[in-house]
Write a protein of this length. Structure first.
Length: 415
């Protein structure tokens, strides 16, 4: 492949590629958490963590190449109604690495490592806040979406903030009481914000499904994204509840009765069980949608990067299931969590193979087939363009939609 052809492919290597990095990190963290208590699997988890860090750096370097040596521009990406939603996956991928490093470090760490994790958490929080505000502001300012375009990726800009909760759960055990308390408060606050915004998006998504039906066959695995918010909220609630007895005394309050911690934990457990049902319901609905597509539209099940939603959010679902199993000391639920880990490993390998095949056959990383493609609503500053024929059969949010916005293409090339 010549340099020119290689750069032409890299031009369309969008930020959505970081969903694969998130998924690799999620699998690594599952193995490191010892849901299946096995030393060999734990060592594989460490190896995957190292591989994920290298992969993350490689993706960052390729983005630098993309924005430096191809017509792709940061401004175009941040103003694009699809790719802008995937910019936060860069921060999410970093979160999986931070969680993995904390799992490897354990509770007993030196002062230098403790300080490093503290700085890393607050740095992550700042990055998550900035990315969330910038991406949503950019998308809303251009108003280039519609109910017909609605998809679970709309929630992605708030995901990094929401994962402050699970990052806090990973980092808090390494901290002193006062530092741990501050991190826990921040994590719980961000988790509440993220889950609240996600609930609002659930309402929009359900309205879209009721009025427009399921997404096209190839896009249906993206619905697994809906399992993430309740699952990561469970991880936050139960994880922080287990640390309360150690860190709450750092509050400037009178001594709390011993029953306070038990009450907090039981409340967190009750809320977690309710939230688990939400994640399980979305999981089953998505499985049904994919099964229907396989039966009736198998030829349309072409790989897109949204398929990675079948891995990363479900790693959170598996971890949440394991957390509930530990809280209830339930062997059946523990076995369910272990089965989920095995299934996820198989799904990860299958999607990774499909991803590699899609790159090799130019199904992705090609003009008009990725998250940076032009769609029919991107003519807000240009003349009105009639809708493409067959738009309702193939919503413009998804691949292979005819490009109709010459204005935005010219803007990209001249930026």
């Amino acid at each position: 492949m010549t340099t020119t052809r290689a750069l032409a492919r890299v031009e369309h290597m969008t930020c959505a590629w970081f969903t694969s990095c998130m998924s690799l990190g999620g699998i690594s963290n599952l193995l490191l958490s010892r849901i299946i208590d096995s030393d060999p699997l734990h060592r594989i988890g460490i190896a995957l963590l190292i591989l994920n860090m290298l992969y993350f750096v490689a993706l960052l370097l390729l983005q630098v190449v993309r924005f430096t040596f191809t017509p792709a521009r940061v401004g175009y990406t941040l103003s694009h109604p699809i790719e802008c939603l995937f910019v936060p996956t860069i921060v999410l991928a970093a979160a999986t690495i931070l969680n993995g490093l904390a799992a490897v470090a354990g509770r007993e760490v030196g002062s230098g490592v403790r300080t490093a994790f503290q700085v890393a958490f607050w740095g992550y929080f700042a990055a998550a806040l900035v990315v969330s505000v910038v991406c949503y502001t950019s998308v809303w300012a251009r108003a280039e979406g519609s109910m017909h375009h609605m998809n679970p990726a709309w929630v992605l800009p708030v995901f990094p903030l929401m994962l402050c909760g699970s990052v806090a759960v990973a980092v808090v055990p390494t901290q002193t009481e006062q530092s741990a308390l501050n991190i826990a408060i921040c994590g719980l606050t961000c988790q509440g914000l993220g889950y609240t915004v996600s609930c609002m998006m659930y309402a929009v998504l359900l309205l879209r499904l009721m009025t427009e039906g399921f997404p096209p066959a190839r896009a249906r695995p993206g619905l697994f994204m809906c399992c993430g918010p309740p699952a990561f909220t469970i991880i936050c609630l139960l994880g922080l509840a287990q640390e309360m007895q150690r860190i709450l005394p750092a509050l400037p309050l009178p001594s709390l009765p011993a029953s306070t911690y038990e009450t907090l934990f039981i409340s967190a457990l009750a809320a977690s069980i309710l939230l688990w049902a939400v994640a399980a319901w979305f999981y089953l609905v998505t499985l049904a949608a994919i099964a229907a597509a396989l039966l009736t539209e198998r030829r349309n099940m072409q790989f897109i990067l949204a398929w990675w939603a079948a891995v990363f959010p479900i790693t959170g679902f598996a971890s949440a299931t394991n957390a509930i199993a530990d809280a209830l000391d339930s062997s059946p639920i523990k076995i369910l969590a272990q089965i989920m880990v095995v299934v996820l490993a198989v799904v990860f390998v299958a999607i990774a193979a499909a991803h590699i095949h899609a790159v090799a056959t130019a199904v992705i990383m090609a003009e008009g087939k990725d998250e940076d493609r032009l769609i029919d609503t991107m003519h807000r500053d240009a003349e009105k363009v009639p809708s493409a024929e067959g738009e309702r059969e193939t919503p413009p949010t998804y691949p292979n939609t005819p490009a109709v916005s010459v204005f935005r293409l010219e803007r990209k090339l001249t930026a």
